[in-house]
Design a protein around this ligand. Structure first.
Ligand SMILES: C[S@@+](CC[C@H](N)C(=O)[O-])C[C@H]1O[C@@H](n2cnc3c(N)ncnc32)[C@H](O)[C@@H]1O
Length: 383
């Protein structure tokens, strides 16, 4: 019988493959994990996200109506279909214009672990003690045997948390939070999901970081590669200095091997081109600098013009949000724009969207009957 964990991990792989890998050109789903052939559909997926990113329910409807997904779900039991829909929603929320984090490639950690590592980066400042909006995970209980198997497999998408109710695993976008001994977030459970909640203010450009526990990376985290350990000469850095980076890698890899029953597959090794072409995240020294960058890919810096020189991340981001990375605009229908106008007239205090909705490019020529000046004041991009 299929367990909760097997169902959730399959959903997570299929959905990550569609909504992260196909869209951004990443490889968060490794070769051994289940996936569908979404490559031919990636433009369709990006277009659908561009059209419905502000309305997650509609976005899900559109994604679920894709033939590939319908064919895939047709063979599945109802319990799986329901889980898939719920988990799809959790991932679709990442694209909402009000979501304050993005999944990014992390070249620093990839260089150290010699695996392809991703992370969560804040795209705006998030105050202390605040749940990170739309960055959730789904919890599932696991048995002691599954716990052991996952530890043996050193599964990247899993962080185990021993709660009073037993061992559980969380899957969903929050799983991209890496560990740092000086973490800025913690997991908190709400009714259906778990949230990442800030322990201190997280500033725009900062990585969202969790504490996986004191012995996740070996005894007293002696194999931890976090920035804090590097700064303090602790964890994996305690006996070695920067000149011994190769030793560090060898040490981490032998730690991985000693915890791995089945051998890791080829896709676990970092993309050589990606790791060399990406600027380490720590290079964002000032907050304002992030506004000037198109993204954290050094092929795409502020001294280059937008357009043909944009990198893949920027091109896709612009297609989805009509804006430069990491700014998000809304792309909504005229009906909805009018509804928003009425709503804003009746409730001018609703400022939830803040200054992150930035789209001055209202296509008024297509919609001459719309009250343009009001729409402009709402910063709404019409379709
Ligand atoms: C839950 S995942 C976090 C997301 C992961 N970077 C990814 O791309 O899927 C846990 C994995 O991230 C990496 N990782 C996270 N924090 C780390 C740290 N402080 N030191 C070493 N590896 C870390 C390890 O490869 C670990 O197995």
């Amino acid at each position: 019988m299929t367990s909760d964990l097997e169902r959730l991990s399959e959903c997570d792989s299929i959905i990550s493959n569609i909504l992260i890998d196909a869209v951004w050109g990443f490889t968060v789903v490794k070769t051994a994990q289940p996936k569908l052939d979404v490559a031919p559909l990636k433009d369709f997926v990006i277009d659908v996200i561009a059209q419905y990113n502000y309305n997650t329910h509609k976005l899900n409807e559109q994604l679920l109506s894709m033939q590939l997904i319908r064919d895939y779900l047709r063979r599945k039991r109802i319990v799986y279909k329901d889980l898939f829909k719920q988990h799809l929603h959790v991932y679709s929320l990442l694209f909402h214009p009000s979501t304050p984090v993005v999944v990014k490639f992390n070249s620093r950690l990839s260089n150290l672990t010699q695996k392809e590592e991703y992370c969560l980066i804040a795209t705006r400042t998030i105050p202390k003690n605040t749940p990170i909006k739309n960055c959730l995970a789904t919890l599932t209980r696991i048995t002691a045997k599954q716990d052991q198997d996952l530890t043996d497999m050193n599964n990247d998408w899993s962080v185990l948390c021993s709660l009073s109710t037993g061992t559980r695993i969380f899957l969903g976008p929050a799983r991209f939070a890496n560990h740092d001994c000086d973490y800025n977030c913690q997991l908190e459970r709400n009714k259906d999901h778990i949230n990442l909640v800030t322990r201190r203010e997280i500033r725009k450009g900062d990585e969202v970081l969790l504490n996986y526990g004191p012995h996740y990376f070996g005894d007293k985290n002696e194999n931890c590669f976090c920035q804090t350990c590097e700064d303090r000469g602790d964890g994996a850095f305690q006996h070695l200095n920067k000149a011994n980076e190769n030793q560090l890698r060898t040490r981490f890899n032998s730690y991985i091997r000693s915890n791995t029953r089945s051998s890791t597959n080829n896709s676990d090794s970092p993309k050589s081109s990606a790791s060399s072409s990406l600027t380490p995240l720590s290079s964002h020294s000032s907050l304002d600098e992030l506004d000037d960058l198109l993204c954290d890919n050094d092929m795409c810096t502020s001294d280059k013009l937008v357009g043909e020189k944009e990198c893949h991340t920027c091109i896709v981001h612009r297609r989805i949000y009509q804006n430069t990375w990491p700014k998000r605009s809304r792309l909504i229908s005229t009906t909805e724009a009018l509804k928003e106008m009425d709503a804003s007239e009746s409730d001018s205090s609703d400022n939830d969207q803040g200054s992150d909705y930035m789209s001055p490019n209202i296509q008024t020529s297509k919609h001459p009957h719309i009250r343009t000046s009001k729409l402009e004041s709402l910063n709404i991009h019409l379709i």
